[in-house]
Design a protein around this ligand. Structure first.
Ligand SMILES: [Fe+2]
Length: 399
């Protein structure tokens, strides 16, 4: 037996000597099996939840065992469905990290657009929140946008991510392609990495990295001032505002778990603090990101890592959209995954969706309270004021 080893005698017939490295190997296997068993138990838990049918505001017959509620800071469980929602303001399909150029990602996007097209009359917009391509090559952008152009609905908005500016040593080299294709698609001309637009009278502010870090983002104070001004304008009258950025904020959505070794899973701490101050000053602001490939999260992720793909921080509704083209790390991990966001006056509902198969993922439905969000009103579309009612002969007698 090697020095320092362990001798285990089971019987007359089995006499096993284990070195330290062997003991370490077997301990790892035992721990892995134990963790797998725990995961299996928790993964099965939704199946035993009470099934009381879908809430009223889901139009189709659905089997939703539980709606997860994002309250201040994180996401918690609720066993009961929320009350009927208020006025519906906006419905948006969310996809991210399509990574065209990687494997069979284009087939996932093609199928996803087909699913979205089939329901285009139910939605107002589609957000694609970054890493459109895998390496940022001109040919990848051409392929990606040629697929996105098959969308026959309205208001598709694209965001650039770190992969769109080039990978690793090439980071930054592909920025001209990213800007050029984005501008052509969006019909804008700015050379900046950030811009803003509107959908149906609601402001959408798109953020972007101004540096060449291969993973994380460089957000200048000038950009933050732009965001502050756009959000201030968009939030007037109590309207919801949407801020899109490929990177989530620091310490949200399990970013430390999804990116434990390589830095760059989120905006840095200083930028996060400034941004939360800016966005938290207004009610009903949505911050929608991608980048993490952290999947749709349920009880297990929230229990183990205290995070979820839908969270609320400083009054800001934070949504991290899973990767459609490359698969994900936590919770529901399949390729083709995305979300549908429906904004009501008193709440927002986020529904998990596999756009590749068209399947609604009823174990992954989330709700966030809103503060009396107001509909955007276009005064030009309102009917002209009626003249005063004329007094006709005989009216005075009738009164
Ligand atoms: Fe990505």
């Amino acid at each position: 037996m090697p020095e320092g080893g362990l001798e285990i005698t089971f019987s007359y017939y089995y006499n096993i000597s284990l070195s330290f490295s062997e003991r370490y190997y077997y301990m790892k296997r035992i721990i892995a099996v134990a963790v797998a068993l725990i995961i299996a138990v928790f993964a099965a838990m939704p199946a035993f939840s009470a099934d009381s049918g879908a809430p009223e505001f889901f139009e189709n017959e659905r089997n939703i065992p539980n709606v997860m509620v994002a309250d201040e800071f994180r996401t918690a469980d609720t066993a009961e469905y929320p009350d009927a929602a208020g006025e519906k303001l906006l419905t948006i399909d969310l996809v991210s990290d399509t990574h065209i150029g990687s494997g069979s990602s284009s087939s996932y996007l093609r199928a996803g657009i087909s699913t979205i097209n089939a329901e285009k009359n139910e939605i107002d917009s589609v957000f694609v929140s970054g890493d459109l391509t895998d390496s940022g090559y001109d040919s990848e952008f051409s392929e990606c946008y040629s697929i996105l152009k098959n969308y026959t609905g309205e208001n598709m908005i694209t965001v650039n991510g770190n992969h769109d500016y080039g990978r690793w040593s090439q980071s930054g080299a592909m920025r001209p392609y990213a800007i050029k294709h984005r501008n052509e698609f969006m019909g804008i001309s700015t050379q900046k990495d950030y811009y803003s637009t509107e959908i149906n009278g609601y402001k959408v502010v798109v953020m972007g990295s101004e540096g060449n870090k291969p993973n994380s983002a460089d957000i200048s104070d000038e950009q933050l001032e732009f965001v502050r001004e756009e959000v201030r304008e968009g939030a007037q009258g109590g309207r919801p505002v949407f801020v899109l950025c490929h990177w989530p904020m620091r310490n949200t959505h399990c970013e430390r778990i999804s990116w434990p070794i390589i830095p760059g899973g989120a905006l840095d701490t200083s930028t996060t603090r400034k941004l939360q101050n800016i966005l938290g000053a207004y009610d009903n602001v949505f911050y929608i990101s991608g980048h993490l490939h952290a999947g749709l999260n349920g009880r297990l992720t929230r229990l183990l890592f205290r995070g979820c793909c839908v969270e609320q921080h400083n009054g800001i509704t934070c949504i991290n959209v899973p990767s459609l083209g490359k698969g994900n790390h936590l919770g529901y991990t399949a390729k083709g995954t995305g979300m549908r966001l429906t904004v009501y006056s008193d709440k927002a509902v986020v529904e998990g969706r596999n756009f590749y198969t068209g399947e609604w993922l009823d174990n992954y439905v989330y709700e966030v309270s809103l503060k009396n969000a107001q509909a955007a009103v276009n005064f030009e579309d309102m009917p002209a004021m009626l003249p005063e009612t004329p007094v006709l002969p005989g009216d005075e007698e009738a009164a």
